[in-house]
Design a protein around this ligand. Sequence first.
Ligand code: DX5
Ligand code: ZN
Length: 213
Amino acid sequence: MTLIAPSLLSADFADLKNEVKRLEEAQADMIHLDIMDGHFVPNLTFGAGVVRAVRPYTRLPFDVHLMVKNPDAFLTDFAKAGADIITVHAEACPHLDKTLAEIHRLGCKAGVSLNPSTSEDVLQYVLDKTDLVLVMCVNPGFGGQKFIPAQLKKIARIRKMIGEHKILLEVDGGINPLTAAEAVAAGADILVAGTAVFEGGAYAGNIAALRQN
Ligand code: DX5
Ligand code: ZN
């Protein structure tokens, strides 16, 4: 079954506590938290303090997507704040193997994210330390952007690379019911969606429309 991870980036920031409750009631499978630092990406969101503050209001796993320079400096903070999965960008990690080992040492699942222009080759030698691969289908920084179709080929290639490894394949950016179908056909297990989950306010219907099977 396809898993749906709504991104809090599109939530009402003044009401995050109730937003996570609503998403759980609407059958979301996990909560995707987009952390931006204004350096790795041209936007700012929130930090570990906000993650810690909303943690008590849902049982859903927290899928923390670090779009930050030098993510190693923040891993402990996000693990302590209640992250279940911590995903770092390969482009921000000169010692990716070591970073993934550190995420595991902190008791979290370790994810690797790739910008649209980054080749899947960087995954080759860290497959045994990776629990999740996150393929960005937009250039990260903002919600509401258009899905980049060239990423479908990358999703399919990573699906093949994963083979028998226990690695979840997640896609993020520009996901709507149409692109969701294409991403799942290419091999995606988890769909992150901000705009498509929150628009119109009917979260349950929106989530059901994204779930492909
Ligand atoms: C983009 C973020 C995404 C974003 C998705 O930088 O990583 O998680 O919130 O938003 P939509 O679904 O609106 O493209
Ligand atoms: Zn994200």
